[in-house]
Design a protein around this ligand. Structure first.
Ligand SMILES: *Cc1c(COP(=O)(O)O)cnc(C)c1O
Length: 397
């Protein structure tokens, strides 16, 4: 997954352009910037690559989710459906705007189970937020149909799946809004950065204003800009965007390496009949940043995880016990441990997750192992790694 493995001359050149002018801000200073608008360049490149009319860059993927929700008018008391397996940013962004995170089960795709989504819909539901975890996607066709039938927004968190596609469309571009992260460990990185993509002009304009204090960006005099509504500062800097310009240009190169490395390992593991690969919805193409599979039981999954590590295979995750990615360890959410008081709507409406039954999610997550696919491995290294993985997994069976 990590683009940081392959930094080089392209990144250096883009950053040097910004250093030479000294203009680190994305707005203004037209005369000083030697014609360089790295943020705009990256936005144009992204909207083209993601087949979306608009792309707006912000300071992180978490910011992108927050801005996306705000741009569509989601606010206090609205319910947002999200999966039990994701990164904590999902509920952080929902809570940040005073909305209520409604956790629902995942299935063998490791993403939202559409039946569970349908059951969770209430009159307060505004958004369904699938998270394309570990390089593969939710069943977007079914989720879109559900959203259309109930008048809900579909917001794709494609932070971990940039470059994947569904029925030929880039992940992130299928929903009303899509979000990406370019943090340090994502497939392409800016250091810190994120993006919102959409075909909806008004969401785009709202995102643009909201992420810069509500300023309308009309005219060249920054101090004279109007602010039609309240906003915040989620701006990205030109330095970060410059790195992203170089990395986006290399996305297809990175994806090809990931796919090659993934395929070598997957073919090797295919000889183990007890091992079941994560399912990918029909019409979906992963970005191959992880290879995820299920062992027959929780016990065997734990033993496999240990055996992989003992056999020198790093980068394999047992998310079930991970503090960041699975609801079981989100006691800060379930016990509402915030620094100050949470908004009233949240206090009143947040379901009591200590009593929630997510045994369907547990069934998949307790048996799942996800292994990171690195870009820096040579074909020989991948083949050796694949062999070590087969040895480790068969040793516990
Ligand atoms: C990384 C990530 C985010 C947040 O991105 P940041 O840029 O780190 O804020 C959100 N969702 C998912 C699924 C992620 O993996």
């Amino acid at each position: 997954m990590p683009g940081f493995e392959l930094f080089g001359d392209k990144e250096r050149k883009e950053v040097q352009d910004v250093m030479d002018s000294g203009v680190l801000m994305r707005y203004g200073f037209d005369g000083m910037r030697n014609g360089h608008w790295k943020t705009k360049e990256l936005e144009n490149g992204l909207s083209e690559r993601m087949q979306s009319k608009y792309a707006h860059l912000v300071s992180s993927g978490t910011a992108a989710l927050t801005v996306a929700l705000a741009s569509a008018g989601v606010g206090a008391g609205d319910e947002v459906i999200m999966p039990t397996f994701t990164f904590v940013a999902s509920f952080e962004s929902i809570l940040a705007i005073g909305a209520v995170p409604i956790l629902v089960d995942i299935d063998s795709t490791l993403t939202l189970n559409p039946d569970a989504v349908e059951k969770a819909i209430t009159p307060k539901t505004k958004v369904v937020m699938p998270v394309h975890m570990c390089g593969s996607m939710a069943n977007l066709g079914v989720l879109k149909a559900i959203c259309d039938a109930h008048g809900l927004l579909l917001l794709e968190d494609a932070c971990q799946a940039i470059g994947g596609s569904y029925n030929g469309k880039p992940l992130g571009s299928v929903g009303d809004l899509g979000c990406f992260s370019f943090d340090y460990v994502k497939t392409i990185t800016c250091g810190e950065g994120g993006a919102v993509i959409t075909n909806n002009k008004s969401y785009y304009e709202n995102a643009h204003m909201y992420s810069d204090h509500g300023h309308d960006h009309i005219g060249n005099n920054r101090g004279a800009e109007a602010h039609p509504f309240l906003g915040y500062n989620f701006r990205i800097s030109e330095m970060n965007a410059a790195v992203g310009v170089a990395q986006l240009a290399r996305l297809d190169e990175f994806l090809a390496i990931q796919k090659r490395n993934y395929t070598i390992i997957r073919e090797a593991l295919s000889v183990i009949p007890q091992l079941e690969f994560r399912s990918v919805p029909e019409g979906g193409e992963e970005n191959y940043s992880f290879l995820s599979f299920f062992m027959p039981t929780e016990d065997l999954a734990q033993k496999t995880h240990q055996a992989l590590s003992d056999n020198g295979v790093d980068g394999c995750f047992y998310w079930y016990n991970n503090n960041w990615h699975y609801y079981k360890k989100w006691e800060h959410l379930t016990e509402m441990k915030s620094l100050g008081k949470l908004p009233k709507d949240v206090q009143e409406s947040l379901p009591d997750y200590s009593k929630a039954d997510f045994s369907e999610s547990d069934k998949w997550m307790s048996r799942n192992i996800s292994c990171l696919i690195k870009l820096g491995w040579s074909e020989t290294e991948v083949a050796e790694r694949a062999q070590k993985m087969v040895e480790a997994i068969t040793s516990v069976l």
